[in-house]
Design a protein around this ligand. Structure first.
Ligand SMILES: *Cc1c(COP(=O)(O)O)cnc(C)c1O
Length: 230
């Protein structure tokens, strides 16, 4: 990869956008059918602002508290921004998450689904809901197991009245991602779900080939993070 730290985030954003456009065309998919979620976790508002000024509007954060603090100020200047929560959600943070995020990608258990539904009703906010699938069945990873996905999605829809707009996965770090992307696409298709959030810096072009509508790209835009975040 030619990405070096001497390049700016805005330059790297341009490169990622070009690669997304090329991968989209290569997969015979319509121009603009893939949305780039720029993952700004661990980077302060000052690092994100140039990317906003360059016109980018869709971002991802993996922690409720960090995301809320950073984006309350940025949102005042860029009201049309869309911020996705891509990290695990605890039930005591649901209220804050529903008020601070536009998309919650990590719904994976009944208690969270129920609280989100009740907060959406209370706050009258439109929040898109994605279900996270643990495609690799990793014990330490969040997400619904593939064999439990259909029942969980039905429960979100029928019991909680939560429209499930998309599915999200994070393939195991040590495996080929393609079979995981294919599995996520298959679960989405049989449940009438249009949106697929899959693919990160290392594999977003592959994810696009398997139908990703959102790719979550952090380090390829903002550079290496100082510390790892789970
Ligand atoms: C950090 C993170 C990303 C972005 O990872 P990069 O490899 O830096 O692109 C994507 N998805 C989730 C869920 C993350 O936590």
């Amino acid at each position: 990869m030619s990405e070096t730290s001497s390049e700016s985030a805005v330059e790297r954003l341009g490169t990622v956008r070009e690669k997304i456009a090329a991968a989209t065309a290569q997969a015979d998919r319509p121009d603009g059918s893939v949305t780039l979620v720029a993952v700004s976790k661990t980077f302060p508002a000052e690092s994100v602002r140039p990317v906003l000024e360059a016109g980018h509007r869709t971002f991802g954060e993996n922690k409720v508290q960090e995301g809320t603090g950073k984006w309350s100020a940025l949102r005042a200047d860029f009201p049309d921004v869309r911020v996705h929560l891509i990290g695990p959600l605890q039930s005591n943070k649901v209220k804050e998450a529903v008020s601070a995020f536009d998309v919650i990608e990590t719904v994976d258990r009944d208690k969270i689904a129920r609280r989100i539904a009740s907060e959406i009703a209370d706050q009258g906010r439109a929040v898109d809901i994605f279900v996270q699938i643990n495609t690799g069945e990793e014990p330490q990873k969040a997400g619904v197991l593939p064999r439990e996905a259909d029942a969980f999605i039905a429960q979100c829809r029928e019991t909680h009245g939560l429209p499930v707009a998309g599915l999200m996965c994070i393939p195991p770090a040590d495996q080929e991602p393609a079979p995981h992307f294919a599995l996520l696409a298959k679960i989405a298709a049989r449940n009438d779900i249009d949106q697929l959030s899959m693919g990160m810096s290392a594999d977003y072009e592959i994810a696009i080939d398997f139908g990703a509508t959102f790719v979550r790209v952090g380090s390829a835009i903002f550079g290496p993070r100082d510390y790892p975040t789970a």
